[in-house]
Design a binder for this molecule. Sequence first.
Ligand SMILES: Cc1cc2nc3c(=O)[nH]c(=O)nc-3n(C[C@H](O)[C@H](O)[C@H](O)COP(=O)(O)O)c2cc1C
Length: 208
Amino acid sequence: MSIGRYVLDAIYERRSVRAYERRQPSITLVRKLLKAAVHAPTAMHREPWGFAVIQDRDVLKRYSDRAKAMLRATPSQAVGWGSSALLRGDPPAMLKDPAFNIFYDAGTLVVICRRESSPFADADCWLAAQTLMLAATATGLGTCCIGFAVPVLNTREAKRELGIPREGAAVAPIILGYPRAPALGVPRKPAHVLSWIGREAAKRATRA
Ligand SMILES: Cc1cc2nc3c(=O)[nH]c(=O)nc-3n(C[C@H](O)[C@H](O)[C@H](O)COP(=O)(O)O)c2cc1C
């Protein structure tokens, strides 16, 4: 099988996993994923990322509870999501459920952070996040990106606890673990081609 086939398998098999076994990925395995993640493309070769790993369920529960409280308390005002996005509107009902853990009781969280405030640092971190998620899929692990966690991870206390520099930010929180069951596929619309300049035959295509 060609390497291209393996990569495509991982792309099509990756799904957000929201139910995990109790057993934790080993430290060696997490290190292997971090090693893969830093092979993502990086603007100006700055490699601005840093990784905060939490493998303590009590700490994750504490962050989950604080995240829910923060998101509930600021329903209509802007909440900072790293440096690039805003959350507005009423909080979803699940944030009011005391039993709901925003990390789905996964035992491992990798927070991909930027260590600086350069123009493409967030983009680099997201590329590292996708590389890590595909590598995790290839090793049999499930992942899910947890946007709900971004505001709490960017509080001053959390940044201090996680070793994120003042000029940096938590960008992409990714939970990891062994899936309790195969995740259901979420369908995608075909790629919407807005334009295709050149190559006469493809010119009128609206779908890939
Ligand atoms: C930036 C970002 C933030 C996300 N935040 C959450 C989240 O807080 N909780 C969650 O359950 N899923 C979250 N997701 C996962 C999406 O819901 C999921 O990727 C989408 O529904 C497509 O499903 P798939 O990943 O299985 O293909 C997030 C995904 C992205 C890219």
